[in-house]
Write a protein that binds this ligand. Structure first.
Ligand code: CU
Length: 233
């Protein structure tokens, strides 16, 4: 009995790993930015929840039907668990959940490394948080009130604040990082296609916190070069 249960446990963990592998296979080579990594991990978390939720729902419905009271005065006959069964009921689900948790932890660690490792060819933009606006400064000294970036080039933001703690919420790119006075924090993203979005301050920073946002425009490189040259004039 104990052997068979152990077999079932191993089989289920194996199955789970296969599903995980298949999922990983579908995104191979496609993860090239923290945005992709976040999307990938989030999709996996959802799949995990659906699969585990589905299995539990099916088992629960099966048990509800199988052990339902067949007459109003029916009295159940519980079979006492022996040590084998007790261990199996505790350890098999534990192993399954832990396998899942370890896998997600590993994915999270990978994601974190992607997010914290700035590519060497990244373009740097300095970001300063103020009550209640963001300022951007480019490598050539150009200052701007909107964040304009070229498509196809990683961008690293080096951020600090002139007053209180703000937070740079780049929601379309799935990223967010605090902006702290006296400290330089950073984050990087990869605009892979032309896209217009917004960055919002996502840390309550005073009366006009809700007005603290600016446009983020990812435009083709040539267009960007023209824009930057024009700003420099
Ligand atoms: Cu703010």
């Amino acid at each position: 009995m104990r052997k068979r249960l152990r077999g079932v446990g191993v089989l289920m963990i194996g199955l789970f790993c296969l599903i995980e592998n298949a999922l990983a296979e579908t995104t191979k080579g496609k993860i090239q930015s923290p945005t992709d990594a976040w999307n990938h991990t989030w999709t996996e978390v959802l799949w995990d929840l659906w699969i585990i939720g589905g299995v539990f729902a099916v088992v629960a419905v099966y048990l509800l039907i199988k052990y339902r009271a067949k007459s109003p005065d029916a009295v159940g006959t519980a079979v006492p668990l022996n040590l084998d069964k007790m261990l199996a009921w505790a350890l098999v689900p534990l192993a399954l959940f832990m396998a899942d948790d370890f896998l997600l932890a590993a994915k999270g660690w990978t994601l974190w490394n992607i997010q914290r490792t700035v590519p060497e060819n990244a373009m740097e933009v300095k970001v300063t948080g103020n009550q209640w606006f963001f300022e951007y400064e480019y490598e050539n000294g150009v200052e701007s009130e909107e964040l304009v970036v070229p498509v196809g080039k990683p961008v690293v933001l080096r951020m600090t604040s002139n007053d209180v703690i703000h937070s740079f919420g780049l929601s379309d790119y799935r990223l967010k990082e605090d902006i702290i006075p006296g400290r330089i924090t950073y984050m990087w993203f990869y605009p892979d296609k032309p896209h217009k979005s917004h960055v919002l301050c996502v840390e309550f920073c005073g009366t006009n916190h809700s007005q603290m946002y600016s446009e983020v425009r990812a435009i083709p490189q040539a267009e960007f070069d023209t824009w930057l040259a024009k700003q420099a004039e």
